[in-house]
Design a protein. Structure first.
Length: 240
């Protein structure tokens, strides 16, 4: 049975409380790509906001890299946000032109991500938000640990809460306990208005290779995902 809204908000609340993510009257920016993960996060936080004992406000920010996102897709995101009573902000940039056309990066993802984060941070600060919520789910945490281990020899992963010293912003990742399979089921159940990613590198990254590696490994090690997630949360406990 697919995850419902009550289950999603419960998982978000567990993570938020475990890592002390939200304080009274926080203004939180949600990075909204239009993909299933960010739509799921926004809907969950908007629902949680209604009955949370700790009051907070939300802003949805879409950073348009200039790769050809259609006006119809932008309108669908704006309409979704309006139905959730969350202000929608469309930030236009020339990131695609810089990364793919001017610099012709062979490995564009790192630079593109850095520039998108910069644009997102700037807009969040302009809106008075001191916290930004990213839609990384449980599988993203697991895959990041494996990527760092296999490619760089580091047993590290991005934490649930990151303090950005230069800007004073905090990055929150409240979907730590939400599995990607649950996100897919939730997306179908509530018919979320997912928009296509126009990036030419989408689906052709090292992360996709690692995702497939973990999937294939389950034939030999059926509990590999559970063990890796235990290792991830163990890192956070040590850091805490």
């Amino acid at each position: 049975m697919s995850m419902d809204l009550q289950r999603l908000t419960s998982l978000l609340r567990q993570c938020i409380q475990r890592y002390d993510m939200i304080s009274p009257d926080d203004a939180i920016a949600v990075g909204l790509s239009g993909g299933k993960d960010s739509l799921c996060l926004l809907m969950g936080l908007a629902a949680l906001r209604r009955f949370s004992p700790v009051p907070f406000t939300l802003h949805a920010i879409h950073v348009d890299v200039g790769a050809g996102m259609s006006a119809e897709s932008i309108a669908r995101m704006a309409d979704f946000c309006a139905r959730l009573d969350v202000p929608f902000h469309h930030v236009r940039t020339d990131i695609y032109q810089i990364v793919f056309e001017e610099r012709k990066e062979k490995n564009p993802c790192s630079l593109c991500a850095k520039m998108r984060k910069g644009a997102l941070n700037a807009k969040a600060l302009e809106l008075g938000c001191r916290k930004i919520a990213y839609a990384h789910h449980k599988d993203d945490f697991i895959e990041t640990l494996v990527m760092n281990l296999m490619m760089e020899g580091r047993t590290e992963c991005f934490p649930p809460v990151t303090q950005l010293d230069k800007t004073g912003l905090q990055v929150l990742r409240p979907m730590l306990y939400v599995e990607e399979a649950d996100v897919r089921g939730f997306t179908r159940r509530y018919d979320l208005p997912v928009v296509a990613n126009p990036c030419p590198a989408d689906g052709k990254t090292r992360r996709e290779d690692v995702k497939q590696f973990i999937k294939d490994s389950r034939t030999t090690f059926p509990k590999i995902r559970e063990s890796l997630f235990s290792a991830v949360t163990g890192l956070f406990d040590k850091e805490g």
